[in-house]
Design a protein. Structure first.
Length: 109
């Protein structure tokens, strides 16, 4: 299975967009309990950064991008342009983190 091209730019240099399918999205939600568990056992904080916390955020971002890519592929797209990532807290007292990926599914030649 060929990977889709994902880009934050509205076009791809040297490529022509021949079809637009519209907006595609992907979401990932992480509960606060996961954060508490990570912080309870953190041993890798160096310089104020937590490798465990960052890894969880990277995984959530990748899950959101993968879901967006899958939705684009179902439409017949071979690329997603104008990709945007958003991070929001949701739930009571901001108890969950949601990562959303969105972009425009297209066909390029």
């Amino acid at each position: 299975m060929q990977n889709l091209i994902l880009t934050t730019t509205p076009s791809l240099e040297g490529k022509k967009i021949t079809r637009y399918f519209g907006i595609v999205t992907g979401e990932a939600i992480i509960g606060a309990n996961l954060f508490r568990d990570i912080f309870a056992g953190i041993r890798d904080i160096v310089g104020g950064r937590s490798g465990s916390y960052e890894e969880v955020l990277r995984e959530a971002k990748q899950n959101a991008l993968s879901e967006m890519e899958e939705n684009a592929r179902r439409l017949g797209a071979n690329a997603v342009v104008a990709v945007d990532l958003d991070y929001e807290t949701i739930g009571s007292n901001g108890s969950m983190l949601m990562v959303t990926a969105s972009g425009t599914a297209v066909v390029i030649e």
